[in-house]
Write a protein that binds this ligand. Structure first.
Ligand code: FMN
Length: 403
């Protein structure tokens, strides 16, 4: 498979997206690719990188580039982590293990979604890098507490608590495609998908080999076992996380907590006050509240509000290494990539994820060398020109340094 995703067939992330579209049934591809409502925020997340202009220092020789960052006290060889992407096992057999293995081999971290199809112990064992657990309170507090204890025992190094899913966003493509029925627990609910499944024989063979009907083995419902796929939207609605929950979550977890889904300075300050070690500026990849700010646009306000007290990460719209550079210049310590690797997983499993990481790494090195900068630690505002309106309340250079 690795040859299939090599250059020149796959030169950039957009090529992996096309390959995923060809390999996956429509409903599965749209589940990855789509966003909420009119998909304004989804598009804006990517487009906004065009508003930031790079300012190179030319005639500077950069023989080597240092891409490493320290996140929550752990050294990562790359300034990006793999974001939690639910239901990855639909994209490729044992998808979460494949992605975690690729992340670990590249020297970076993988974040496992609560809504994953592989057991958290198996995912941890698959990676030689750090693995974080992303928490939803589906199933309620007792169910979540039991999973937190499992994650701690298995050696997960951070807990990412997602705060932007009070209800599930309306992903119109999923409604039209009948994705809920596709993910339902009965064979008969899948019958309408038979035609699109048969048109994707390679995917279908893998899906059946991997068990076909799936559930969430990290959400163990008392007396019922793993939560079935079909129950997700209702379960999310009944389990909104609130700031008050952070107290018992902290007691139960005892390790570093990362708040994922911050878009304003106010929420960032609240996360600091509640004792979070890091936040992720995120709008869930445009899958939740449509019409919110693109994350890069929100970053300077959040970095200013945090003022160096905790670590600020960002996700949303990262498709090229230069996007990562721009986010770091505007004060992110590192970024998370979601679709960039999910397309790779859908296109070719572990080899596809490895290729996505390789593309972003090569982009980063080339961008740094062309910028005249030898390490990501040196990136700061002086390497970019961003719209003035973004930089009101901007932090000083000192508060974004120290990567
Ligand atoms: C298919 C898919 C499933 C996702 N599932 C989760 C999830 O289970 N938990 C979560 O916190 N975020 C989830 N996200 C959001 C990502 O973690 C991340 O915030 C987003 O993908 C970043 O935007 P990008 O895809 O443009 O990189 C999901 C995103 C996608 C595309």
């Amino acid at each position: 498979m690795s040859r299939a995703v090599d250059s020149p067939r796959v030169v950039n992330i957009a090529d992996l997206r096309l390959m995923a579209e060809r390999r996956l049934p429509r409903a599965v591809f749209d589940y990855i690719d789509g966003g909420a409502d009119a998909e304004f925020t989804l598009r804006e997340n990517c487009r906004v990188f065009e508003d930031v202009i790079l300012r190179p220092r030319n005639a500077v020789a950069i023989p080597q580039c240092d891409l490493h960052v320290t996140v929550l006290g752990k050294r990562l060889d790359l300034p990006f982590l793999l974001a939690p992407v639910g239901s990855s096992r639909m994209f490729y057999p044992r998808g979460e293990e494949a992605a975690a293995r690729a992340a670990g081999a590249a020297g970076t971290a993988y974040i496992l979604s609560t809504l994953s199809g592989c057991r958290l112990e198996d995912v941890k064992a698959a990676s030689r890098g750090p693995v974080w657990y992303q928490l939803y309170l589906v199933g309620g507090r007792d169910v979540a507490s039991a999973t937190i204890a499992r994650a701690r025992t298995a050696g997960y190094s951070a807990l990412a608590v997602t705060i932007d899913t009070a209800v599930s966003g309306l992903r119109e493509r999923d409604v039209r495609n009948g994705t809920k029925e596709l993910l339902g627990s009965s064979i008969t609910s899948k019958l309408p998908f038979l035609r699109q499944f048969l048109m994707r024989p390679r995917w279908l063979a893998g899906f059946l080999r991997d068990g076909g009907l799936m559930s969430f083995p990290n959400v163990m419902l008392p007396g019922r076992g793993p939560m079935p796929y079909a129950d997700v939207a209702a379960a999310l609605e009944q389990s909104t996380v609130s700031w008050a929950d952070l107290r018992w979550i902290r007691e139960a977890w005892k390790g570093p907590i990362v708040i994922k889904g911050v878009l304003t300075g106010d929420d960032a300050r609240r996360a600091v006050d509640e004792g979070a070690e890091a936040i992720v500026v995120s709008n869930h990849g445009g899958r939740q509240l449509d019409g919110v700010s693109a994350t890069l646009r929100a970053l300077p306000e959040v970095v200013g509000a945090v003022n160096g007290r905790i670590e600020v990460l960002l996700d949303g719209g990262i498709r090229r290494g230069s996007d990562i550079v721009k986010a770091l210049c505007l004060g992110a310590r590192a970024v998370l990539c979601g679709r960039a690797y999910a397309y790779g997983l859908g296109a070719g499993g572990e080899a596809g994820v490895t290729r996505a990481i390789q593309i972003l790494r090569a982009d980063l090195v080339r961008t740094l060398r062309l910028l005249g900068c030898s390490s990501v630690a040196e990136l700061d505002r002086s390497y970019v020109e961003a719209p003035v309106a973004w930089l009101i309340d901007a932090p000083s250079r000192a508060s974004v340094s120290g990567r």
